[in-house]
Design a protein around this ligand. Structure first.
Ligand SMILES: Nc1ncnc2c1ncn2[C@@H]1O[C@H](COP(=O)(O)OP(=O)(O)OP(=O)(O)O)[C@@H](O)[C@H]1O
Ligand SMILES: [Zn+2]
Length: 734
């Protein structure tokens, strides 16, 4: 018997599992399971990899058995956290195949906040207690005692609240005047209450809400909430959120916003509506804050999450609804790393896992409009503004007839209307989607255009910081006194307007008014954006000069006039979506005007007053514009009728780049309905010293571009000198 058992032990195969690591690798590795562990797919483990120890996940599909037993390394340990859900792992696999990237690279987006796995030690906090009589109370100590409450705060928090150093807090605690308590550094989030702050809905809103509630009860499908600016889309989709939370006490809901840093007021609104602050996920959130969200999403206790696109890859346990606000926004497309589109991935995730998705916008993308027309998405309309507010009048100012004076950017009729608005005590928004002072800096003597040293991009003058900055790479330098080309002094002149220059003009024209600039340069920290928006909301700013950053979702009750300083700006360039985007931004910006009782007005300064975008904006006939745009796209077989993918080659060595581009060009496989254009140099051919060439693949709607691209690229051997990136459904060709 004993002999037999020994024999069995010798031949019994080692238990193995496949572990996927968050590294750019397509498949996982096999590892041996130590006897004291029992592992299931989804378990988060730590394994040896060369000299390192790496966190990975036991992946479905089983071990491949390629490595012989004796070479197999054992799993080091299993983290005592809930396992990843099978749905999430399926999603990782699917994203990897759709975007042609290794699974491990997608897993890295899930495990990025793996510090959520560390057994974080409880922190000591301090709270108020009876102060022993012998304790001397200085002013600083008194401030600490006043700031202390029944809830424990860390020494740092308490010190900050009292405006003293940590030392003061600690010495008080040592003297027994504060009670030390252990507290969880990642406390669970409050349970959202679906009925906490429900607003009375208008009839139109109630009808929309009823449709969305039905969608949630159905548990599947995508709906477009298509409502004009100020119609109360947010209030309406809150009802869908409430329904999902109500239906299942474990349900998790994700509300995605394109730019959360600028949307802090939104968190407040959610808190009021659901009675507790939501979990908040974004790159600007502190790493401790993100650790808390990650951990609490994984254990299922974070049920309401507001996040940027990367929130899609949180370790969801029971996701039951995703809402994507401003669904048309291109910020949903990731521009580096894995080039995913968060809206498209959310819709795909909902369809695969069987939960509904709500897309909200006043200016939906053509893709979404088309999907509604095909009946793939349902459409819920909110055609009028909430309450007494009505949509603004839009007028185009023909700059050919009334050009602004030299080096000025506001035409006479716009100036007159601004003056009149200010006299009435109302606010004005001057919109220009150009950061900085002037987009181009030219030498008046030799005509040299200032460019970045290792890029083909122009440098933009920023007076605010007195630097020349490249908006593509972030390169910056102080503005030189002499022209680097002809060495002449003081000849570098700004050319064209940026927000800073328009603000300068506004200050000159209306010297007693408060003029502020809202752009990503002037409001870098989320806190300063918030402060500026609050001042604008409170009516403390008369003229706000703003880029797109101000176009999204803000409510300024005193704002009645919006001037598009250069409404043509978005129309130039060979971009497929130029007209669509320009239309979207201008109507979002216009939507800021007259959201309270006073009717708003919008003036668009343009050299192309008859462009279809301007006609659609003035007539308010959005659907006609979309119809015409869709027709065009159909004729040329472009999305949403056809499909695109681009292959971007980049290298420091221009010769090797061109060689590889030529080799690829001569090996394009033949495939029915698929065409390849290029290679063409990227618009900024040289960026940070890297040269780039691009191919564009166009196929039919049902073409498998992934298979085509992978065959093609596999057929031409690459070199390590040339990087290849495939962008599926590309948005920007840069
Ligand atoms: N039923 C309601 N009761 C009270 N206030 C409402 C109601 N509906 C909307 N509002 C208010 O009207 C304003 C506009 O609503 P909301 O921000 O939801 O509109 P929106 O359609 O999302 O607008 P936009 O597309 O411009 O961001 C908000 O201040 C909101 O609080
Ligand atoms: Zn010069």
């Amino acid at each position: 018997m004993a002999q037999q058992a020994q024999l069995l032990a010798e031949v019994a195969p080692v238990m193995r599992v496949k572990v996927l690591l968050p590294l750019p690798m397509g498949a996982g590795y096999d590892y041996a399971v130590p006897e004291d562990l029992s592992l299931t797919p989804g378990d988060i483990v730590s394994v040896p990899l060369g000299p390192r120890e790496v966190t990975g996940v036991v992946w479905p599909g089983g071990a491949d058995g390629k490595v012989p037993d004796e070479k197999l390394k054992p799993v080091k340990r299993q983290f005592s956290v809930p396992r990843l859900s099978p749905q999430l792992m399926d999603f990782v696999d699917w994203v990897a195949s759709y975007y042609m990237v290794p699974k491990g690279a997608v897993l890295r987006m899930v495990l990025r906040r793996e510090q959520g796995l560390a057994d974080v030690k409880g922190k000591t906090g301090f709270r108020r207690c009876a102060v022993p009589p012998h304790v001397k109370l200085t002013a600083k100590r008194k401030a600490v005692l006043e700031a202390a409450g029944d809830r424990a705060l860390s020494a740092r928090e308490l010190a900050e609240a009292a405006g003293v150093t940590d030392g003061v807090v600690r010495s008080l605690a040592e003297a027994g005047a504060l009670e030390p308590v252990m507290f969880d550094p990642d406390p669970p989030f409050g349970a959202p209450d679906p009925d906490a702050g429900r607003k009375e809905l208008s009839q139109q809103q109630e009808a929309g809400a009823a449709e969305l509630r039905a969608l949630v009860r159905d548990g599947q499908g995508t709906a477009l909430l298509d409502g004009v600016t100020g119609s109360g889309k947010t209030e309406v989709y809150f009802e869908a959120v409430a329904e999902a939370l109500r239906a299942d006490p474990e349900a998790q809901v994700l509300v995605m916003l394109p730019e959360i840093a600028l949307t802090l007021p939104f968190l407040k609104r959610l808190e009021e509506r659901f009675g507790t602050p939501p979990a908040h996920w974004h790159s600007d959130v502190s790493s401790a804050g993100r650790r808390r969200v990650w951990k609490r999403v994984l254990d299922g206790s974070a049920r309401l999450v507001v996040g940027a696109r990367s929130a899609l890859f949180l370790p969801w346990q029971k996701l039951k609804l995703i809402v994507i606000d401003e669904e048309h926004d291109q910020a949903y497309k990731q521009q580096d790393g894995i080039l995913y589109h968060a809206r498209d991935m959310a819709v795909a995730m909902g369809a695969r896992q069987g939960f509904p998705v709500v897309l909200a916008s006043a200016t939906p993308s053509l893709e979404t409009v088309h999907n509604c027309e095909l009946g793939r998405y349902s459409r819920v309309r909110l055609p009028s503004r909430y309450g007494p507010a009505v949509l603004p009048d839009v007028e185009v100012l023909d700059l050919r007839a009334v050009p602004p004076e030299a080096n000025r950017w506001l035409a006479e009729p716009a100036v007159a209307e601004i003056t009149e608005t200010l006299i009435r005590g109302k606010q004005v928004l001057l919109y220009l989607n150009r950061r900085g002072y002037a987009p181009v800096t030219i030498c008046r003597r030799c005509g040299e255009r200032m460019t970045a040293p290792d890029s083909d991009t122009w440098l933009v003058e920023h007076r605010y910081t007195n630097r020349l900055i490249c908006h593509q790479t972030g390169f910056s330098m102080p503005k030189p006194e002499a022209c680097p080309h002809c060495q002449a002094k003081d000849t570098l002149a700004p050319c064209g307007p940026g927000v800073e220059r328009v603000a300068e003009e506004a200050k000159e024209r209306w010297p007693d008014k408060v003029v502020e600039i809202f752009s990503s340069d002037t409001v870098e920290a989320p806190g300063s954006a918030k402060a500026l928006l609050e001042r604008m909301t409170a009516g403390e700013i008369d003229i706000l000069v703003a880029t797109q950053a101000a176009a999204k979702g803000h409510n300024f009750p005193g704002l009645t006039l919006v001037v598009g300083v250069d409404a043509d700006l978005g129309l130039s360039g060979g971009d497929l979506r130029a007209a669509e985007r320009t239309y979207q931004v201008l109507s979002q910006v216009s939507g800021r005007a007259g959201r309270a009782k006073d009717k708003g007005r919008v003036l668009l300064q343009s050299y192309q007053p008859d462009h279809s975008v301007n006609l659609a904006l003035t007539s308010g006939d959005r659907d006609a514009f979309f119809g015409a745009e869709l027709h065009c796209r159909d004729e040329i077989g472009m999305p949403p009728f056809g499909r695109l993918a681009s292959v971007i080659l980049s290298a420091e060595d221009e010769r090797k780049l061109l060689e590889e581009a030529r080799a690829l060009a001569s090996h394009v496989p033949h495939a029915e309905g698929i065409e390849v254009w290029g290679p063409a140099p990227a618009p900024f051919y040289r960026l940070r010293g890297i040269y780039r060439q691009r191919f564009l693949i166009r196929g039919r709607k049902k073409s498998n571009l992934q298979a085509f691209a992978s065959d093609w690229l596999a057929g031409v051997k690459g070199t390590s000198a040339v990087r290849r990136v495939v962008d599926i459904d590309p948005y920007n060709f840069f």
